[in-house]
Design a protein around this ligand. Structure first.
Ligand code: SF4
Length: 387
């Protein structure tokens, strides 16, 4: 039996999650950044202890999977030497902060991120998914990323605190923001957590009578999925799968690697990269519009392999449409509806349009061979141009 508890949800580095191919370890780089030395070390650790790939998650974290249980202590030792492990599981769990990748040197973002991290570590216990978004670049870019308290800027560049669920925020300053956030965290711990220990701010914000909303945040910017952006380069990994060799190669061409929730890394100051296999820098690459979960054999719940099929079908995807290939009805890779959704079932793949993985299908029992031989099956005739 395991010598330590293996968690089923929200894994960390110190709290690995069991999966079909070994342990999954999730790494939350401090302030959402990696130095080149950390990136090289992570690449080595993933090659030595895991499958040789890392995963970029939608929470701007990294995962190494396929770790034999006996190798977990050695992996933690390697990650600790890189400064990528918290002192204890409680700190790891509390440090739930996503930082805009598009900060500029000297704009105070890193200092504020550090202060908010300290705030989270001193806050009362909160639900596992409760987190902050520090979205104070020139324009907010994390609106589509789940967070419970957001720090943004108004149209004049002033800092705002905005509880998720409210359309207006409260003006603050960099020095006042940590205290104001702590007050909100305490209020939520007292009023927002349900009997099951869960809860999100958006469901509780209407009861926040002490909060004085003052200003409307600036409109969201459109974030490119890959390629040049905000004085750097966004480098995407198909399905979030980042080969260790690719990460090591990126470390040679970057002064810093910023995690994003878009399954991409942002390299500030970079303008071009040599061709690194396994990465996407072309914003028109159709693979950017394909989501596929781990699938079989990595996930024990999976009813079929997902990514090989998804990769093969990408070239046949109608412009502007998203394909979601899910290993089961849970739909981990894309919780929202997608234009085309294929869900593995015991009888083959089911097909639905503008649907989530668990929604009723329009067709059932499709094999990968059938889909690959007739990709036009994916397209609803009234929905898109012909393939
Ligand atoms: S959607 Fe199902 S098969 Fe895919 S990763 Fe989630 S639980 Fe596993």
């Amino acid at each position: 039996m395991s010598g330590f508890k293996i968690y089923g949800h929200c894994p960390g580095a110190l709290r690995p999650m069991g999966s079909g191919d070994g342990l999954v370890v999730r790494i939350r780089p401090p302030l959402g950044r990696l130095t080149p030395a950390q990136a090289r070390g992570l690449a080595e650790a993933a090659a030595q202890f895991g499958t040789g790939n890392l995963e970029l998650t939608s929470r701007a974290n990294l995962q190494i999977r396929g770790i034999p249980e006996a190798a977990h202590p050695a992996l933690i030792g390697a990650l600790s030497a890189l400064g990528l492990v918290d002192p204890d599981p409680a700190a790891e769990r509390a440090r739930n902060l996503i930082v805009t990748p598009f900060h500029r040197a000297g704009d105070g973002t890193m200092e504020l991120a550090g202060a908010l991290t300290e705030t989270l570590l001193t806050a009362p216990p909160l639900p596992a998914k409760f987190g902050l978004a520090l979205d104070c670049g020139r324009a907010p870019v994390l609106r589509d990323t789940a967070a419970d308290i957001r720090i943004e800027r108004d149209a004049g560049g002033r800092l705002l605190i905005r509880p998720d669920g409210l359309s207006e925020g409260q003006l603050t300053t960099a020095s006042e923001a940590p205290g104001a956030v702590l007050s909100l965290l305490r209020w939520f711990a007292d009023h927002g957590v349900g009997a099951d220990g869960r809860g999100r701010m958006r469901d509780a914000a209407a009861r926040l009578t002490s909060f004085r909303a003052q200003a409307i945040p600036a409109p969201a910017a459109t974030t490119p999925p890959a390629g040049p952006a905000e004085g750097g380069l966004l480098v995407a990994a198909p399905f979030g799968l980042l080969p260790a060799k690719a990460l090591a190669a990126l470390a040679e061409h970057a002064s810093e690697l910023c995690l994003t929730p878009w399954r991409a890394l942002f390299l500030p100051g970079a303008t071009a990269l040599p061709d690194v296999p396994g990465l996407i820098t072309d914003p028109g690459d159709p693979l950017l519009r394909v989501s596929a979960c781990t699938g079989a054999p990595g996930c024990p719940q999976a009813l079929a392999a997902t990514r090989p099929l998804a990769r093969s079908l990408a070239a046949h995807l109608p412009p502007g449409q998203r394909l979601h290939v899910s290993g089961c009805a849970k739909g981990c890779a894309h919780p929202d509806p997608a234009e085309i959704t294929l869900t593995a079932t015991p009888e083959g793949f089911s097909l639905a349009h503008h649907a989530r993985a668990a929604d009723p299908p329009e067709r059932r029992g499709l094999s990968p061979q059938t889909l690959l031989a007739s990709p036009s099956l994916l397209t609803r005739t009234d929905d898109a141009p012909s393939l």
